[in-house]
Write a protein that binds this ligand. Structure first.
Ligand code: PGA
Length: 253
């Protein structure tokens, strides 16, 4: 399976910036799968500007419910209609800013799957949890709570994996710091074992992305680690050149 390089723009990006970003991505053929998750209102314009280029689009969150009286929430079905194929769920910024529990993330993942979206479910420990030696326990508990059982049997037409995990240590997000290669490899192995236990055969192949301060200079070494199926890239995905440099680091390995 090719590695997936997913960009998470967070609350950045403008309509005016779409054309230049798309123009930089359109001719690229990096060998890795590319996915861009802009703010939801930019999904359709970016889709149009990419003009058929093989770059998938995703959202950064969706509602638990599929429609109805939920002011301000975003329906997974509408995101799919706008051109999204993926949705990031349970990012640590949403878990922190919006008090999202793993149970809520699991419900959202079920909704996303029902709407035909591939959920990218984020897990990761805080710095205090790592320092106290609890990182793997915390991440395993997040996985146990955040993954709906549908992930064990679900297939989405045309999509290889029904779900994706992103391991993002909270203390590495936006800080320029990353765990050691040994720590990333150990955590990814632990996540793989947990996925097999929880989801059986589907858990054996589900991609596990690494996220947290991935940039062109460290991408090749992180992406070469065992069980690293790609990267979830925040800050460095905002510049098309950096995003593509990370993607070509994946292709070389
Ligand atoms: P970063 O963010 O690459 O800016 O550290 C990653 C993320 O939050 O997904």
């Amino acid at each position: 399976m090719p590695q997936l390089i997913a960009g998470n723009w967070k609350m950045n990006g403008t309509l005016a910036g779409i054309a230049a970003y798309a123009a930089a991505l359109r001719p690229a053929s990096p060998g890795a799968e590319l996915l861009v998750c802009p703010p939801a209102p930019l999904i359709a314009p970016l889709r149009a500007a990419l003009d058929g280029a093989p770059v998938a689009l995703g959202a950064q969150d969706c509602a638990v419910k599929r429609s109805g009286a939920h002011t301000g929430d975003l329906s997974a079905d509408l995101l799919a209609e706008l051109g999204a194929t993926h949705v990031i769920l349970g990012h640590s910024e949403r878990r922190a800013d919006h008090a999202e529990s793993s149970a809520t993330v699991s419900e959202k993942a079920r909704t996303a799957i029902a709407a035909g979206l591939v959920p990218i479910i984020c897990v990761g420990e805080t710095e205090a949890e790592r320092d106290s030696g609890e990182a793997e326990t915390v991440v395993r508990a997040q996985l146990a709570g955040s993954l709906p059982e549908e992930l064990a049997g679900q297939t989405v037409p045309g999509v290889v994996a029904p779900g994706i995990i992103a391991y993002e240590p909270v203390w590495a997000i936006g800080t320029g710091r990353t765990p050691t290669e040994e720590d990333v490899a150990a955590m990814h192995a632990s996540i793989r074992a947990a996925l097999r236990r929880q989801l059986g055969a589907a858990g054996a192949t589900m991609p596990i992305l690494y996220g947290g301060s991935v940039k062109p200079s460290n991408a090749a070494s992180l992406l070469a680690l065992p069980e690293v199926g790609g990267a979830l890239v925040g800050g460095a995905s905002l510049k098309a050149e950096d995003f593509l440099a990370i993607a070509s680091a994946a292709a070389r390995d």
